[in-house]
Design a protein around this ligand. Structure first.
Ligand code: SF4
Length: 219
């Protein structure tokens, strides 16, 4: 069950490195108990773009790094196509521990299990602090869980993907599908095209923001 909030485990003077260490001791919800380790965000500490997924997958849980499994590979490809440099981005998840269930019939594979509202809310202080530290210009929510964690439970990715929203967390927010939805799709090419299209909107917006910033700096 946990204490109900990761805030109970945040370092008093948070930096990304201190949080990366502290998250391993988090007991904000019960997900720590069956995961290998917490998977904290990774990437440039001054990233203009933060990419937010739902939770680590099976491979990420073992590796201790976000987006290193099949979804991560697909994300890498889409970022290249959209001309967004992943090494200049920051990737993380709304929930830091892997939630899984047993294969029906008792197989060994661990199947993804969607985090519930209690777990997402409990974990949110880590995300809030990651955003406060990195201060990205744009937060890209990958999938419904990430989007609803940031923009509220009424948000619908199918209806509102590819549009920019203001958020109380600071950066502009755009939601799109999660790469795993592309992997599950019967029409991967079409879904991948739409995903890259959404990421191109992010790349274009970054250019727009940089231009506006440069103009502001002129005498
Ligand atoms: S999922 Fe988040 S709130 Fe729950 S134990 Fe892990 S880090 Fe803490």
């Amino acid at each position: 069950m946990g204490t109900g909030s990761a805030g109970d485990f945040l370092p008093s003077d948070p930096t990304l490195e201190r949080m990366r260490a502290a998250v391993q001791g988090c007991r904000g919800c019960g997900l720590y108990a069956r995961a290998t380790q917490a998977v904290f965000g990774q990437g440039s500490t001054r990233a203009e773009v933060m990419l937010l997924g739902e939770q680590p997958g099976d491979k990420e849980d073992v590796a201790g790094q976000p987006f290193v499994g099949p979804s991560g590979k697909l994300l890498d490809t889409a970022l290249v196509e959209a001309r967004i440099d992943r090494t200049l981005a920051y990737v993380t998840n709304a929930v830091k521990h892997f939630k899984w269930k047993q294969m029906p019939g008792g197989g060994k594979r661990r199947l993804h299990d969607k985090p519930n509202a209690y777990e997402i809310t409990a974990c949110r202080p880590w995300l809030e602090q990651e955003i406060a530290q990195v201060r990205p210009a744009i937060l890209v929510c990958l999938g419904a869980t990430a989007a609803q964690a940031v923009l509220g439970p009424g948000f619908r990715v199918t209806r509102d993907r590819g549009r920019f929203f203001l958020s109380e967390l600071g950066p502009l927010v755009l939601a799109t599908i999660h790469p795993s939805a592309i992997l599950r799709s019967d029409d991967r090419a079409a879904e991948m095209g739409g995903f890259i299209g959404d990421l191109r909107l992010v790349a274009d917006k970054l250019v727009e923001l940089r231009t506006a910033e440069a103009l502001e700096g002129q005498p």
